[in-house]
Design a protein around this ligand. Structure first.
Ligand SMILES: Cc1cc2nc3c(=O)[nH]c(=O)nc-3n(C[C@H](O)[C@H](O)[C@H](O)COP(=O)(O)OP(=O)(O)OC[C@H]3O[C@@H](n4cnc5c(N)ncnc54)[C@H](O)[C@@H]3O)c2cc1C
Length: 359
């Protein structure tokens, strides 16, 4: 197994991430559970608030843990990367290796890539395209699928030192959302999302977040005050609006954002990538002989679920972060206050109560 990564070196990337029961069970099946749990923070999910900090909806965290058998974890992306990387034989990972072209034949595939030592070609039984939102493999092998589209929102995020205890929670305002996730060891991951035209950039992104969210309830102003300038990441949110008809073409399989880039509203993009990887690994465990059947099984198991979650995430964004109309906002707030706690929990657990294949 050979991993080709175009980044010249693996550095601290991104901010934080929530891993829910589905991703945790998948990572448990790879034997990574203990390392994850000792390096992350067990979340106490709070719920949804309005800009003044009033709770619109609360989550019964104890009942959630009882039903799912685990809490969710808040984890820094760099920590998750480290744990995954340490589980790989070091010789299998090649950085600074940019894949340029993949050729799929009925019983093999070739990969042309460019690394520190110049161009190289590899022969493979199977190529797994895990090359993200703007996947080159998807563009090459699924040329009929249009590029990802802008979802209408831009998002800022940062991981900051913040020792005060806080619950995992999101806050909604008109066409805006602020989320906070404790990562343990005095670190908090926050993100802020706003409806905006695509391609916007501010000379000082932290000041842009403060302009919009600085007067929202505590601890939002305190979190922003604790954020050093220069650590804030900004990304426009894109998603793959045209669903792939298959995640497999010949001896190439796509997974993660390459296969089903979704909006982050359900916090399931990385979770679905992890599920894909574990299902693909289990399907292919018989070796090269049975690959066509294994890849068909992978596609059959993964495509319906991951595409349904992508659609649900888009809907969650439209009725959550992106909602702007004042009347609709008032109706939403009233409706959220009326929904019984059990129904809130069922809505949350429906998507994440997934188990990896056994064996
Ligand atoms: C604001 C925001 C918040 C999010 N929050 C969450 C969350 O809380 N929970 C969650 O589960 N998800 C979240 N997501 C989504 C999550 O980040 C993605 O779904 C996830 O990173 C996808 O993983 P991936 O491995 O498929 O792709 P990526 O993480 O994009 O990784 C692709 C890798 O391929 C490499 N690569 C690309 N092209 C080539 C090439 N030609 N040759 C060699 N290497 C290449 C890249 O360098 C990169 O390392 C969020 C996303 C955003 C934008």
């Amino acid at each position: 197994m050979t991993v080709l990564e175009r980044a010249p070196e693996l550095r601290e990337v991104g901010a934080g991430l929530t891993l829910m029961a589905n991703s945790l069970r998948a990572l448990d099946s790879l034997g990574l559970g203990p390392a994850l749990r000792s390096s992350a923070h067990a979340e106490a999910p709070g719920g949804i608030r309005d800009r003044r900090g009033r709770w619109l909806s609360r989550v019964d965290a104890a009942e959630m843990i009882r039903q799912l058998g685990t809490s969710a974890l808040g984890i820094h992306r760099a920590t998750l990367h480290r744990i995954l990387r340490e589980a790989l034989p070091a010789s299998s990972l090649h950085t600074g290796a940019e894949v340029e072209h993949v050729e799929s034949e009925p019983d093999r595939a070739t990969v042309r890539h460019h690394g520190p030592d110049g161009p190289r070609t590899l022969d493979a039984d199977l190529v797994v395209g895990a090359d993200g939102l703007h996947s080159r493999l998807r563009t090459q092998l699924w040329p009929e699928i249009p590029a990802p589209v802008y979802a209408g929102s831009t998002a800022w995020r940062a991981a900051v030192a913040f020792p005060d205890p806080i619950p995992t929670a999101i806050t909604w305002g008109p066409a805006a959302e602020f989320g906070m996730v404790p990562l343990g060891e005095g670190q908090v991951y926050w993100y802020a999302a706003l409806n905006a035209p695509p391609g916007g950039h501010a000379p000082d992104e932290l000041a842009a977040v403060r302009d919009h969210f600085g007067a929202w309830h505590e601890p939002i102003p305190a979190l922003l005050a604790a954020t050093p300038p220069g650590v804030v990441l900004r990304n426009d949110i894109h998603h793959l609006a045209t669903a792939l008809p298959s995640y497999v073409r010949g001896r190439v399989a796509l997974l993660g954002d390459a296969a089903h880039a979704m909006t982050p509203n359900l916090g399931q993009g990385a979770g679905q990538a992890i599920e894909d990887a574990v299902v693909l690994g289990a399907a292919c465990s018989g070796g090269a002989e049975g690959l066509p059947a294994a890849l068909a099984a992978y596609d059959e198991q993964r495509r319906p679920r991951s595409q349904a979650i992508a659609r649900a995430s888009l809907r969650a964004g439209r009725y959550g972060q992106q909602l702007r109309n004042p009347l609709a906002l008032a109706v939403r707030a009233a409706a959220l206050r009326l929904i019984p706690a059990g129904a809130v929990l069922r809505g949350m657990t429906r998507q994440v109560d997934w188990r990896p294949p056994t064996g």
